[in-house]
Design a protein around this ligand. Sequence first.
Ligand SMILES: NC(=O)c1ccc[n+]([C@@H]2O[C@H](COP(=O)([O-])OP(=O)(O)OC[C@H]3O[C@@H](n4cnc5c(N)ncnc54)[C@H](O)[C@@H]3O)[C@@H](O)[C@H]2O)c1
Length: 420
Amino acid sequence: MGKVVIIGQGYVGLPLAIRAVEAGDDVVGLDTDTDRVKALGAGLSFVEDVSDERLMRALETGRYRTSDDYADAAGFDTCAITVPTPLTDGVPDISHIEQAALQIAVHLRRGCTVILESTTYPGTTEEVLRPLLENTSGLDAPADFFIGYSPERIDPGNPTWHLENTPKLVSGIDPGSLAATMAFYQRFVERLVPVSAPRTAELTKLFENTFRHINIALVNELAIVANKLGVDVREAIGAAATKPFGFMAFDPGPGVGGHCLPIDPSYLSWQVKREVGQRFRFIELANDVNEGMPRYVVQRIAAGLNTRYKPVNGSRILLLGLAYKSNVGDLRESPARAVAELLVDLGADVRAVEPHASPRDTGMLGGVTLVDLTVAEIRAADAVVLLTDHDDFDYPLIEAEARYIFDTRNRCHGGVVELL
Ligand SMILES: NC(=O)c1ccc[n+]([C@@H]2O[C@H](COP(=O)([O-])OP(=O)(O)OC[C@H]3O[C@@H](n4cnc5c(N)ncnc54)[C@H](O)[C@@H]3O)[C@@H](O)[C@H]2O)c1
């Protein structure tokens, strides 16, 4: 493939860059975050799916280097854009894609390929990326260069499904662009799934995450009503899951977090409203339910403390896990952080155990003291709240020492445990 540039060296871009190096490519990992560029260049990975050893091996080939300077993209053959697509003031913010497009466009050459991987609303590749690349470079796609869209499906920390064995959607603005996009990935992804146009691939990615978001909202609401009905929601879900067709089990929890579920569905509802003039009501409802979960968790903790003659104000509360899901250190949009903030606001003395968080992320935790999981911390807590069920927590120790456990993940057992 010759020279490859991966723009953005985050949760998506770093594993992709390393995989491309392993497949024999010469890769430049571009990122505007100078600290990240330096750390990666020194062999320090912050992504669970890429160990420091694997990163080091890639660096030692001499075919992987990190840079914060777009000049290092000169002469590239294939470029993949993996920059963030957040919501800003509740609306899609594709400014990172626009910036990346403008900066890479000056290095476009005849025959090269640009592939967008960031999650985004239908139309971005053809109506935003394409004109930016063409107008800045003076070249025409697909006559002079190719444009593809291939959304990332990576699930950070998943030990089974990773880049190589997760089927990857691919699309192009024309058959030549699709062929160029497939040629790039087929050397290191087992199965490619071509779809007819970037719009379809963009919509499919949003549909996948919206499906999950809505189903989680459904079981979360079910958990709330089942608690009031006096029914064990997990038993009901487990029983329903014995049906061999037409049912898929999802687990209730303290809300949704990370870079995908709280954000991607709103990209879809925003675009539907803008382009079709219609509300996507399922998405609005799911947002409403999932965003309300941290407050519900705090209400349940307050009720649990109340039965023990304790107000939240002044109580010592030990939160276990702040990341948005188990076995990762990503605190972005984590509902656990929302729970922590609400408890701090109510005057609780909040301590938290998060062995996976990086020091730069823990700076986001106002009012929360980070501690290690010790017998003394567990014993001193009026309530121990399991928010993220990391595998490396010592559950028998927690169960043996805690006075009261509120478990949002169905991981703890014993008489002092109350489940979400
Ligand atoms: N994290 C996931 O699990 C996941 C899964 C599937 C898809 N996605 C999507 O992939 C995209 C990237 O997500 P991520 O989690 O890797 O984000 P990230 O924040 O981990 O990494 C993105 C990187 O891009 C860099 N960046 C921003 N603007 C840049 C620019 N103009 N030029 C160069 N670098 C720039 C940032 O500094 C950052 O290091 C998003 O659209 C996201 O929705 C994420």
